[in-house]
Design a protein around this ligand. Structure first.
Ligand SMILES: Cc1ncc(COP(=O)(O)O)c(C=O)c1O
Length: 360
C-alpha cells in the first residue's frame, strides 16, 4: 500500500525513529522548578541561534505570542499594532483581547505579508490623546502564513523598528511571530540571528518546519523571559518532565534545520510543473492561479468551490492530502515527511486533479 502524503500543513509531521530514540534518552527534571537540563539546553540553544539573551520553552506558538502580548501590553490602555491577516489577529481565538486584555489596532497586510508602513507610522507615532489607547508593541510575522509563506524583506522590519524607536513618550517593542522564522532565514539565505535582529522578542516554533511533536521558544531579553515564565505558569503552561519534548527540538535543530531548503526546492519545483501544465492546457482561462513560492507554503487559487472540493477529494483518493482554504483555494505545505519521490507523486496527482476539474 502506498504511504499517505500529507501536505495539509507542516504541523502534521510524524517524528522519525531517530528523533524518537533521541527523545527517549533525554535527561529530564521538573521544569517548573527549572530543573530540566534538556529544556535549559534547548532554551539556550534557540536564544543563541536567534541572537537573543534568553528563551523560555512554551507548549505552542499561540501561547508564546499570547505571553508576549501579556507582557508588552501589561498596562491598562495598551494597544498592540498587528497585521489584519496575521496569525495573532485571525487564528489565535482573539486571545490578545480575551486573555491578555490588550486592544489590537490592525493595519492591512500587503504583499509578502508586509504591514502598511504608513499606517504603522501613524499608529505608533500618534499624539497622546485622552481618546487613544497607548501603543506598546508592533507584532509582525515571518514567514507569513496567510500570505502563502512569503517573506517580507529585512529592511521592512528594520524600518518598523526605527519607527518604534521614534516614539519618545513610551517604549514600543517589536515582536515577531516567527513560527516559521527558520523558513524565512533559509529563503533570505541569512542566519536566523540576522533575521531576528530587528525584533525585541520572537516566538519560534519547533512543531512546524522542524518536524517536532510540540513546542515553541519565546526569546528576548532576560528580564522579559523571567516575566514570561510567570505568565506561562499563570496560563497553565508550566510543564514538568518536558525535556523529552525539548530533546526533539535539539534533535531537529541539528538534523532538520539544515534540510529546510529541500522543502522550499520541492515546492518550487511543484509550482513550476503546475504552472506549465495549467498554462499549456486549453480551456483553463485563468481558473487556477498559483501564489508565488518563497518557502514551504503555496496557495492554489481557483474560481469555483465545488470544483476545488472535487480536486481535494481526487487528491485524497490518490493518497495525497491537501487543504481546502477560504476563497476557493487549496493550500499545499511541503514538510519534512515528504521526500523527493513523494513530492513528485503529489505533483502528478494535483496536476491531474486540476486539469480534470478546471479545464472545460
Ligand atoms: C504563523 C503562525 N503563528 C503561530 C502559530 C501558532 O502555533 P501553534 O499551533 O503551535 O499554537 C501558527 C500555527 O500554525 C502559525 O502558522
Amino acid at each position: 500500500m502506498q504511504r499517505l502524503i500529507d501536505l495539509r500543513s507542516d504541523t502534521v509531521t510524524q517524528p522519525t525513529e531517530e528523533m524518537r530514540d533521541f527523545m527517549r534518552s533525554a535527561i529530564v527534571g521538573d521544569d517548573v522548578y527549572e530543573e530540566d537540563p534538556t529544556v535549559r539546553e534547548l532554551e539556550m540553544t534557540v536564544a543563541t541561534l536567534l541572537g537573543k539573551e534568553s528563551g523560555v520553552f512554551v507548549p505552542s506558538g499561540t501561547m508564546g505570542n499570547l505571553i508576549a502580548a501579556m507582557i508588552h501590553g501589561r498596562d491598562k490602555r495598551s494597544e498592540i499594532i498587528c497585521g489584519s491577516d496575521s496569525h495573532v489577529a485571525r487564528d489565535e481565538v482573539g486571545g490578545m483581547s480575551a486573555v491578555a486584555g490588550v486592544h489590537t489596532f490592525q493595519v492591512p497586510n500587503l504583499e509578502e505579508g508586509r504591514l502598511d508602513i504608513d499606517k504603522v507610522r501613524e499608529a505608533v507615532l500618534a499624539d497622546a490623546d485622552i481618546h487613544y489607547s497607548v501603543p506598546r508593541a508592533v507584532f509582525v510575522e515571518t514567514s507569513h502564513g496567510n500570505r502563502g509563506g512569503r517573506v517580507p524583506p529585512l529592511a521592512h522590519f528594520e524600518e518598523i523598528a526605527a519607527i518604534c524607536r521614534q516614539r519618545i513618550s513610551n517604549h514600543v517593542a517589536l515582536h515577531c511571530d516567527g513560527a516559521r522564522i527558520w523558513n524565512a532565514a533559509a529563503a533570505l539565505k541569512l542566519s536566523p540571528a540576522d533575521v531576528a535582529r530587528p525584533f525585541d522578542t520572537v516566538t519560534c516554533c519547533m512543531s512546524k518546519g522542524l518536524g517536532c511533536p510540540m513546542g515553541s521558544v519565546l526569546c528576548g531579553p532576560l528580564s522579559f523571559v523571567t516575566e514570561a515564565r510567570w505568565a506561562r505558569k499563570m496560563l497553565g503552561g508550566g510543564m514538568r518532565q518536558v525535556g523529552f519534548m525539548a530533546a526533539a527540538g535539539l534533535y531537529a535543530l541539528k538534523h532538520n534545520l539544515p534540510r529546510i531548503p529541500d522543502d522550499h526546492r520541492r515546492l518550487s519545483s511543484m509550482h513550476t510543473t503546475l504552472t506549465a501544465a495549467t498554462a499549456a492546457k486549453e480551456g483553463m482561462n485563468g481558473a487556477v492561479t498559483l501564489s508565488p513560492v518563497e518557502t514551504n507554503i503555496m496557495f492554489v487559487h481557483t474560481n469555483n468551490a465545488a470544483n476545488r472540493d472535487s480536486v481535494v477529494t481526487h487528491c485524497a483518493k490518490n493518497g495525497v492530502l491537501v487543504g481546502s482554504w477560504p476563497g476557493n483555494a487549496i493550500r499545499v505545505v511541503m514538510n519534512c515527511n515528504v521526500d523527493e519521490e513523494a513530492a513528485k507523486r503529489s505533483t502528478d496527482v494535483l496536476t491531474e486533479g486540476l486539469l480534470k476539474y478546471f479545464s472545460s
